[in-house]
Write a protein that binds this ligand. Sequence first.
Ligand code: PEP
Length: 257
Amino acid sequence: MTARKKIAAANWKMNLTWPEATELVNALVDSIEAVNDPCQVILAVPFPYLQSVSALVKGHIGYSVAAQNCHQKAAGAYTGEVSAVMLQAMEIAYCLVGHSERREYNGETHAVLADKLVRCIENKISPIFCCGEPLAIRDQEKQNEYVAKQLQEALFVLSSDQAASAVIAYEPIWAIGTGRTASSQQAQAMHRHIRSVLASQYGEALAGQIPILYGGSVKASNADELFACPDVDGALVGGASLVASEFSAIVRSLTSA
Ligand code: PEP
């Protein structure tokens, strides 16, 4: 059996001008020229930068580019949208699905996310499925049920064969962009729970192969502790991914974990 992938993923969101983006990627690949299996670096960049960032990382082993979203339909009269078919044609290997900001600001429901997951798989794109609870749910200690439902209502539309290419990102909403990180104990407990929910649907063997990333105010200073958790297979990094020295330090933590 192959080792589970370990992933440092950057989520740039709607940040960086093209000159800033170029400088960041060049600094990153200068600092870390290649990453070896089972580690990988994934850069989730705005749509207009997908092709150019792909060109910048080309030849750097272990680097890939992700879209931050795709539309739930294959094609049609959806002005301003981007399909998974288009992403595949541009050789994009990964796509975020269900980031909490899109669930909140774009009203993405479980049903919409299930369709997006299917579009990704149909187009040989590995979905990075984001889940995580808001603070009110954590305060009521109902986070396990909440996250299980997010998986059951969307991810479980995929068959075992299809789910094999998925990546999960657990991102507690109260930790995103707030500077407040889940403790490594909280992260490990939830990642273990997610793996058990995956096992209940797909079996232990497949659940043991699906990478589960943690996201929420990950920085160079807390990465080592998070990556030391047995069920934390990397991170989805927002703010700190916009600073080359921070993100490259996070990648180093991952490769040396
Ligand atoms: C994110 O939005 O995916 C994220 C984890 O952001 P941050 O690292 O800034 O909390």
